[in-house]
Design a protein around this ligand. Structure first.
Ligand code: AMP
Ligand code: ZN
Length: 464
């Protein structure tokens, strides 16, 4: 079974064939760390985490190298540092750590490499030097610019012509540019901003060259898959291609390009500039990270995904249903290490068809419920857990999943009822003890009597 990927550059689904199956490389543009990440920022992280997991399952965990950078030099970071009167590293270190914690709460595995732009300025300067040498870049007025007219394939990824770009209002026109579409590789720093030495004067790198240099450094060229949000196709990824190919005589850069669609609220893209953001940091206090992950994967990654309170509730309910099946099917000596079923591979290998894979999880849950005997049930349960593992779901103890949903007040009440029941039993008031047990069962709590009259409780799936 082979993976098919929709390749943005080819504009069609293509069978994925890595250049070297023993060394499969994936790169995704990471965050600019000056603030909390919103749930839209988390969409590419969770989508490409799923791809990372699928590649690891297919080629072996050690064969897959995943790079996701940290952009820690940027105008917005500089502004935040100036506003708060601190060094940029105080901002970037704080928010990089928060970012990693928040993404881990969504079940995202750590990437193999997480290069930081400020640690690779030397490589960026070298690459800019190569581009000038090869006639693809030119210094002007303290800046170094990429000469877009020097690269015939410029615009291929985004499907834009140079004329479109010149007409496009988004391209900044500066007098020192030979062509309005030319973009910055190096620029002077403003007063108070961090500066680095370079042959073209003190300054700092442009954003696009950061990724080109870091990709080459940590993964080596060419890479198999490059990913990111849809908004990065132009100019960021178009420019990465131009830089990386032109620095190496036009050699290939990335064999497959994948882009996730936007997460929206009321059909508008979630973004800091529109002010319609929901921070991951806040959401994980309100709902289990696993339910947020489910919500993020509930639409196909290329389709828009509208973020609503109802989506979170529905996602939690879906997981309640699956964990409920696992809880009722129990665990124990018959637990087997399951194999990921082919139905799950078939769905994910079809350009990460997550809605289909989720439907297959429910089909597997049905198999658990309809199993004719204990042995068959244990096998089916193992398959469901293995399928969940591949997708980053269902790895918690089902009891812990349900217990996590019990609030503090309810927990206290249950515990006092259990004490009351123990007292009734001690007084041999069996009717009262049974009545309390029935009340607790009604609320969804099972009492598990232990040795010597102790009792513990378990919250179960009451969604059925
Ligand atoms: P930024 O911090 O804006 O550079 O975004 C970091 C990553 O999040 C990029 O890959 C963006 O494409 C992605 N991204 C930002 N906003 C959204 C959104 N509303 N939906 C999906 N992806 C997004
Ligand atoms: Zn990038």
């Amino acid at each position: 079974m082979t993976l098919a990927i929709y390749d943005t550059l080819a504009r069609e689904k293509r069978a994925f064939v890595p250049a070297d199956p023993k060394r499969v490389t994936l790169y995704v543009c990471g965050p600019t760390v000056y603030n909390y990440a919103h749930i839209g920022n988390a969409r590419p992280v969770v989508v490409f985490d799923l791809l990372f997991r699928l590649l690891r399952e297919t080629y072996g965990a050690r064969a897959v190298l995943y790079g996701r950078n940290i952009t820690d030099v940027d105008d917005k970071i500089n502004q935040a540092a100036i506003d708060q009167g601190v060094d940029i590293s105080a901002i970037t270190e704080k928010f990089a750590a928060i970012y990693n914690e928040d993404m881990a709460a969504l079940g995202a595995l750590a990437p193999t490499f997480q290069p930081r732009a400020t640690a690779h300025i030397g490589e960026m300067v070298d690459m800019i030097g190569q581009l000038i040498e090869a006639g693809h870049a030119y210094p002007a007025d303290g800046h170094v610019l990429f000469d877009t007219a020097s690269f015939a394939d410029y615009g291929q990824l985004s499907g834009r012509t140079l004329d479109d770009m010149i007409a496009g209002a988004r391209v900044e026109v500066a007098t020192y540019k030979r062509n309005p579409a030319d973009f910055v590789l190096w620029k002077p720093s403003k007063p108070g901003e961090p500066v680095w030495e370079s042959p073209w004067g003190e300054g700092r790198p442009g954003w696009h060259i950061e990724c080109s240099a870091m990709i080459e450094k940590v993964l080596g060229l060419p890479i198999d898959i490059h990913g990111g949000g849809h908004d990065l196709i132009f100019p960021h990824h178009e420019n990465e291609i131009a830089q990386s190919r032109c620095a190496h005589g036009g050699a290939p850069f990335a064999h497959y390009w994948m882009h996730n669609g936007f997460l929206t609220m009321d059909t508008e893209k979630m973004s800091k500039s529109l002010g319609n953001v929901r921070l991951v940091h806040d959401l994980i206090k309100e709902a289990p990270g696993e339910a947020l992950r489910w919500a993020l994967l509930s639409a196909h990654y290329r389709a828009p995904l509208d973020w609503t309170g109802d989506l979170i509730q529905q996602s939690k309910k879906s997981l309640d249903r699956l964990y409920g099946v696992l809880q009722r099917a129990g665990s124990g000596e018959l637990d087997t290490e399951g194999e990921v079923p082919d139905t799950i591979f078939a769905a994910l290998n079809d350009d990460l068809a997550t809605p289909r894979a989720m439907a297959e999880l429910f089909a597997l849950a049905k198999e658990v419920e309809n199993a004719p005997n204990k042995g068959a049930r244990a096998v089916a349960r193992g398959r469901l857990i293995a399928a969940g593992r591949l997708m980053g779901f269902l790895q918690a103890d089902p009891n812990a999943w349900f217990e996590g949903q019990v609030d503090e007040a309810t927990r206290k009440r249950v515990e006092s009822l259990i004490t009351a029941r123990a007292d009734a039993r001690a007084a041999k008031d069996w009717a009262e003890a049974d009545r309390i047990r029935a009340d607790l069962t009604e609320l969804g709590f099972d009492i598990l009597d232990g040795p010597g009259g102790t009792a513990s409780w378990r919250f179960r799936d009451i969604s059925l």
